[in-house]
Design a protein around this ligand. Sequence first.
Ligand SMILES: Cc1cc2nc3c(=O)[nH]c(=O)nc-3n(C[C@H](O)[C@H](O)[C@H](O)COP(=O)(O)OP(=O)(O)OC[C@H]3O[C@@H](n4cnc5c(N)ncnc54)[C@H](O)[C@@H]3O)c2cc1C
Length: 255
Amino acid sequence: MPARLNVVLLSHTPDPERTVAAAGRLCYSSSTAASLKESMSADEVERLLKILIGSGHLSTLEHASFTFGIDGISRACSHQLVRHRLASYSQQSQRYVRFSDDEGFIIPPRVAENEKALAVFKEAMAGAMRAYERLVELGAGQGLGKEAVQEDARFVLPNAAETRIVVTMNARELRHFFQVRCCRRAQWEINRLAWWMRSLVLEAAPLLFRKAGPDCLFRRCREGKMYCGEEYTQEEVDKMEKYWETSLSGSREDL
Ligand SMILES: Cc1cc2nc3c(=O)[nH]c(=O)nc-3n(C[C@H](O)[C@H](O)[C@H](O)COP(=O)(O)OP(=O)(O)OC[C@H]3O[C@@H](n4cnc5c(N)ncnc54)[C@H](O)[C@@H]3O)c2cc1C
């Protein structure tokens, strides 16, 4: 069974919406945060969150964090992901974990759809895998330890090599992440990842992620000359959220 992109919301701040609302309310109240958190009605929480987000009082959103387990992305994608600095990451090590058939290579869909391109791709990956295995063998033959062998052998692994990562972002950073990575200008892989993460947090805390996403869904696109000309429609977004298990789940084939 080939591995695919899989994103799981591992955990999040308990009562994330109420926690953020209490933090926002505290700024203008003589009560304690604890009593505000308890006493606010659901309507009040909703109203306050709309005001906080609408007015750009976004530091309050930093009190709610969300942790994701992500499997089946390429190293190319994880490199783009970790450029987002206001987050915490733990990534599977290529030094301590031997790269094997349990992992694999992420195949870009456009390559997968083109028979000739796919053949070139598979040949390159198989070559990289052979070189990797041979370097591990040679290192072990020299009497080097597992870590030393793997940390050198991994240099021949390509950007397509699959990786796993745990990511924690607060709601403010997530809203920013969704704005730039759910945009069509982002590469297909991180774009899929971002839409999947968005669907998970929308389920967990819909009020915190109201109108979070690419500009074209909610406001004017800011891409200027780089405007893609293909604005997302709400219908397309609704459809995408139902298709994670199938066509949008990323692609990986065993070689
Ligand atoms: C379509 C697309 C194409 C890209 N192409 C390239 C490319 O060709 N080359 C390349 O190198 N990168 C590229 N990137 C990555 C991009 O430049 C950012 O590194 C990445 O999107 C992380 O976003 P960020 O810097 O806004 O914010 P994050 O690190 O997520 O931080 C969030 C926000 O916090 C604030 N912030 C964070 N750190 C600082 C700081 N040190 N000082 C001041 N404010 C801060 C900023 O307001 C920032 O927007 C691309 C990204 C996209 C979406």
